[in-house]
Design a protein around this ligand. Structure first.
Ligand SMILES: *Cc1c(COP(=O)(O)O)cnc(C)c1O
Length: 810
């Protein structure tokens, strides 16, 4: 049972925090000081729970999972923590008693944006669910000083502004200087024979960087288990070079310090793309080395041996970014604890599991061997040995298939292939939706799965649904409580009981009213931030996610052009009014993605201001998509655009957040859309377009010709013609070229035009369905009712049972 506190008690603590930290009181404190004091009080309550748990976990000797991820995207924490611990009302009242408003205070919180998008958000959703399930599971990552950039759009151009989240966000971080670890880079290896006549490798002349843990406490709903997200911050062991300083070379005297500390400066803003930069490699090793050292040390202190390591520790690798955990654990076991290779390898293999997040070649990490060797010589020698042993095994298994052996190799052609290393060394490999898991098993890693079919499994992604339903959409949450009771807040499968109301028009009306109020709230935000008036009675059609060609925001825009052309042809056309809402960050160096943002912007300028359109269609591009913005958008959405090219979106999780808020999916048979389709049935989703098999067949046959499509489909021709004439005086020749003639000889690689006709028809079906209010509201209700399986609680339970083999603490 969670302890509850009196508002008067909390108010007293608030006053103490204000005095102790800022020398002020409720009457004179600034809003920022109030905000910080509120967080400190809550953090103390969390710390107490954390301490109790920590002791229980120690005495019970439970197995614990460490979730390694280069990215976490917690978003705002204050409201979430208060909600999880049932302290919202107490804080609201305490603040009211000193003349403050809880909602205003929570709105001040900056997002902790230590991730790019879906992958990082998934990691945070899982930490939330692990704590809610009462399990011991901790995240490990980097304490980036600058998180994902703040996006501004100026005249259609994206600019990136630094995200100095620590200014306000550091209230959640507890710095544990005493648990600082050393990380070694560069240097050289020396072979020596030790007293027992064993050959040992000694790593010398390396550079040291310190890793300082800054822990964020993680709560789960209605749970007294509080876990840790450990974020490592880089610090130089040298503050200043006294010799250079004495010579008057002041700037140089601090150079080494800066070189070390730059490691945790900034999150790389690439989503589903790798660049192979030295700094990125250093970031990876930095957080992995510190994490592995700290958890081996902890284990030794508790058990005095590493023989039982894999019985007590599960290490999970979230995408390939933390792959270095594999050779690093080998290094620690062999070099620091004297294990032989085979013993060490057995333990590591029983400890490590890996989730693959993408099959796109540009996102599969590869490191140039020379760079790796120079930066991490000892790790390189270990990976080389893994590769050597693998190639011996492969010669036995696939003696006649050199191409396959090359495909599977950990090192090939001067490159280290992290995905292959993960599969080679992990006891379990999973994809993130049933479609995606099939693709990795049968295609990407087919050679591995033929040898070890038991290694491969699926865990479909899930979301921390309470954030997007209970917290972000309180009215809907209350309606659901009134219909089926509050049990769904702990067991999302209970939402299914809403199926008893699929003919209840009273419920439809209430659903519609709630949606309408959420739409008004979003409309106000749009008015304030974009200065666009949108009609809350129009369909709110939403595509919010990272900007990527495979996600096909462009397909959405081409369809809008099509609608616009229809209106221009027949100004009186009976078109269902629609507001197309986009939000998406583009990687800073991703030219095409930025062009697509620019197109959206100029198209909006034309369409939103055309008197003939008369407000029937509007385009809104919201800046700076983030967790907090998603919490405003999801509750107001009616159509959920999930229109990636089949086979490209591993799962998607935005689709789940929208579904549970009653939006109806308009999407391809891709990622988790397939499972959403299966859950709600044909009647309650709009599925269109090429399927994975179609895409593969067309690619094989080489029969795809967007040029021919332009000649045969009048609508395709019309939108391409429209684009070629420029939009708002801007020309988009690169987009046009990509669509029609292509770069690298491959025209329209994401089949935007190939799927256009099917998309247009699906959009027409959706618009028609929307006019039938009962039908639409029923669809919306069924989507909510069937969203339970997409909960992170379910996903985490599957990981716990089938992969990590961990149980709740008590
Ligand atoms: C959920 C979420 C994503 C992932 O969206 P997809 O549609 O699954 O790509 C990205 N960014 C933020 C801020 C999110 O909350």
């Amino acid at each position: 049972m969670l302890q509850q506190y009196e508002p008067t008690q909390i108010a007293r603590w608030l006053e103490e925090k204000l005095l102790e930290n800022f020398g002020t009181d409720p009457q004179t404190a600034t809003p920022k000081q109030i905000y910080k004091a509120v967080c400190y009080v809550l953090r103390d309550i969390m710390s107490e729970l954390w301490l109790v748990n920590h002791n229980i976990a120690d005495s019970h000797r439970n197995k614990q999972v460490y979730y390694l991820s280069m990215e976490f995207l917690p978003g705002p924490s204050l409201k979430n923590n208060a909600f999880n611990l049932h302290l919202e009302d107490a804080f609201r009242q305490a603040l009211a008693s000193i003349g403050q408003d809880f909602a205003r205070i929570t709105a001040m919180e900056p997002d902790a944006g230590l991730g790019n998008g879906g992958l990082g958000r998934l990691a945070s959703c899982y930490l939330d669910a692990i704590a809610a399930k009462g399990m011991a599971g901790h995240g490990m990552s980097i304490c980036y000083e600058y998180g994902i950039f703040r996006q501004k759009i100026e005249d259609g151009e994206q600019t990136e502004l630094p995200d100095e989240w620590l200014n306000m966000g550091d209230v959640w971080l507890i710095t544990k200087e005493d648990q600082t670890e050393e990380v070694h880079f560069g240097g050289k290896l020396e072979e020596i024979w030790d007293a027992n006549g064993r050959l040992r490798l000694i790593h010398k002349d390396y550079t040291t960087v310190l890793a300082v843990p800054r822990d964020m406490l993680i709560t789960g709903y209605d749970s007294d288990v509080v876990n840790t997200l450990r974020l490592w911050q880089a610090k130089s062991p040298i503050t200043i070079d006294m010799k250079l300083f004495a010579e008057g070379k002041y700037l140089q005297s601090m150079e080494e310090k800066h070189m070390a500390e730059v490691i945790s400066k900034i999150l790389y803003p690439e989503d589903a793309h790798t660049e192979g930069k030295l700094l990125r490699m250093k970031q990876q090793y930095f957080f992995i080395a510190a994490s592995m050292k700290s958890l081996v040390k902890r284990h030794m202190m508790k058990y005095g041996t590493l023989d039982n390591f894999s019985d007590k520790v599960a290490v999970h690798i979230n995408d390939t970014h933390p792959t270095m955990a594999i050779p690093e654990l080998m290094r620690i076991f062999m070099d620091e604890y004297g294990y032989e290779w085979d013993q060490a390898w057995d333990i590591v293999r029983q400890t490590v599991s890996y989730t693959n997040h993408t099959v796109m070649p540009e996102a599969l990490e590869k490191w140039p061997e020379s760079l790796f060797k120079e930066t991490l010589p000892r790790l390189h020698s270990i990976v080389s040995e893994i590769n050597r042993r693998q190639s011996v095994d492969l010669m036995k298994t696939y003696p006649d298939n050199e191409a396959l052996r090359r495909d599977m190799a950990v090192i090939n052609n001067g490159e280290l292939r992290m995905a292959n290393l993960c599969v080679e060394a992990s006891h379990t490999v999973n994809g993130v939706s049933s479609l995606h898991s099939g693709i990795i098993r049968d295609q990407l890693f087919a050679g591995f799965s033929a040898i070890h079919p038991e290694k491969f499994t699926n865990v479909t992604n899930g979301i921390a649904y309470r954030r997007w339903l209970c917290q972000a959409n309180p009215e809907l949450s209350e309606l659901i409580v009134s219909l089926i009771g509050p049990g769904f807040k702990k067991d999302a499968m209970e939402l299914e009981r809403l199926m008893a109301f699929t003919e209840d028009r009273g419920v439809f009306t209430r659903l519609e009213q709630i949606k309408r109020r959420n739409k008004e709230r979003l409309a106000d935000y749009i008015k304030e931030h974009n200065n666009i008036m949108v009609d809350p009675d129009s369909i709110f059609d939403v595509q919010v996610k990272r900007l990527h060609e495979y996600k096909r925001q462009l397909l959405n825009l081409l369809h809008i052009i099509h609608l616009y052309a229809e209106i221009k042809r027949d100004p009186g056309a009976d078109i269902q009014p629609r507001t197309f809402i986009f939000a998406a960050k583009a990687a800073a160096g991703y030219y095409m993605a930025k062009q697509i943002i620019k197109l959206a912007y100029h198209l909006a300028q034309v369409i939103n201001n055309d008197s003939q359109v008369n407000g029937r269609i509007k385009i809104v591009f919201l800046e700076n998509y983030s967790v907090s913005l998603s919490e405003l958008i999801m509750p107001a959405a009616e159509i959920s655009e999930q229109i990636s090219l089949a086979g490209k979106e591993a799962s998607g999780t935005g689709n789940m957040k929208l579904m549970i808020n009653g939006a109806v999916t308009l999407g391809t048979e891709d990622g988790a859309n397939v499972e959403i389709h299966r859950a709600v049935g044909d009647e309650n989703i709009f599925i269109f377009g090429l399927r994975v098999e179609d895409v593969e067949r067309i690619r094989r046959e080489g029969s795809y010709s967007p040029f021919r499509l332009c000649q045969t489909d009048g609508d395709v021709n019309e939108v391409v013609q429209f684009l070629s004439q420029g939009v708002n005086g801007q020309y988009f020749s690169n987009i046009l070229n990509a669509l029609t003639t292509g770069y690298n000889g491959c025209a329209d690689p994401y089949f935007v035009l190939g799927d256009f006709g099917a998309y247009r028809d699906a959009q027409a079906r959706a618009a028609a369905a929307y006019r039938d209010r009962d039908r639409w509201n029923r669809m919306s209700l069924i989507n909510i009712a069937k969203a339970g399986i997409f909960s992170a609680d379910r996903a985490v339970q599957e990981y716990a049972d089938r992969i990590w083999h961990i149980e709740p603490l008590k």
